[in-house]
Design a protein around this ligand. Sequence first.
Ligand SMILES: [Zn+2]
Length: 501
Amino acid sequence: MTAAAELMDYDEVIAKFDPVLGLEVHVELSTNTKMFCGCPVTFGGEPNTQVCPTCLGLPGALPVVNEIGVASAIRIGLALNCEIAEWCRFARKNYFYPDMPKNFQTSQYDEPIAFNGYLDVELEDGTVVRVDIERAHMEEDTGKSLHVGGATGRIHGAEHSLLDYNRAGVPLIEIVTKPITGTGSRAPEVARAYVTALRDLLRALDVSDVRMDQGSLRCDANVSLMLKDATEFGTRTETKNVNSLRSVERAVRFEMTRQAAVLESGGTIRQETRHFDESTGSTSSGRAKETSEDYRYFPEPDLVPIAPSREWVAELRQTLPEMPWVRRKRIQQEWNLSDLELRDLLNLGAVDVIAATVDAGASPAEARAWWVSNLAQEANTRGVELGDLPITPKQVAEVIKMVAEGTLTNKMARSVVEGVLTGEGEPADVVEKRGLKVVSDDSALIAAVDEALAANPDILDKIRSGKVQAAGKVVGDVMRATKGQANAKRVQELVLERANA
Ligand SMILES: [Zn+2]
């Protein structure tokens, strides 16, 4: 049975059904320490080196709430236009899983810290879709299992499994939308645009590094279909841990075409979790979905309730940054960009680095030119984001300044940037090491000019008789003699000056 045979053509899906989405995004906070203990949260440590009795769930260990974690949750709630609870509690979500040593996850259940908000999401063509937010609640992450010896990295077929508890207890905020309806054929695009907007917002809030590839931002996509004339939602599936923006879009689209084919053939949709396979773009069946009763939630007895004062909430509101969409509009105006130009910069992920380069003193046009041409190509070759290149906006601004001051030609500037990228140091160091300086010392130039004129007596005669354009060859000789490090304009001036002296 091939996957293709089970799918309905997308246009046919849209003609018959209305999709309903629900998106759950988990974001790992970039606090220094875990949510309920003092262990560090840095990514990539040796397995089981960032653990203590509390996050390992050892008997007698007691949790303490991370205040910055709570503050981050409130700021996220405020940025999502949510109400902030005056009083709320943590709850135990009980289940066994090897990567969760306490046998329960400390989460929030019916008393989330933030609820009833919205996020306005702009699609590619400028259409704005309001996505209602059900809640944003605090919880802790689980550890990680590594299944060894199987072909897929999943537990099926593995010979043994390894457990790493470094991530157990890392603060998470789960942001849950209300059902998103009425998006029709654009449902996959809306899902992607929502996660993109949320990621930008969280990045602006500086509460997480929002790296989908490292799992610090994870999206579960709930999808169901209802017949055009139906009044009740269909049964949904939940595709877990979709770990790129593109995958969010693909996973939603795949589920729509798969579910439509099942429904069309008279089948029913099983309420279940599904896994998304990046390589095939398809989802496969996971476990049957639990209901909340299965988890036997009850209030966490080891933690006091959270009752953020209105004064504190007001203080936190003051710390909210300029929202990304407001900033985009401002930048578009300040940099004088068309909608298309702005979109290209956004797609390149270039806006932040260009803004930082402008802040460091470069003009928007120069900064844009550098990041969008040379550096974007370099980033593409290396397969990294612009912001992860080993050159800073400040260094780019320095190079731009040297060109503007006439101490570097554009060609030399490219060499300086190349030197910085290969680790030769600051731009000034590279200039020094590579001997890149425009020769502006007239005495050195005059000697070269005199020599070139003496070698070309016929040209000298022509210049003297007023044929100024004949000087071109001599200028070229001088530029070659000085290995391109002379200022061509100054050489031209000197040739005319010396010829007529
Ligand atoms: Zn710990």
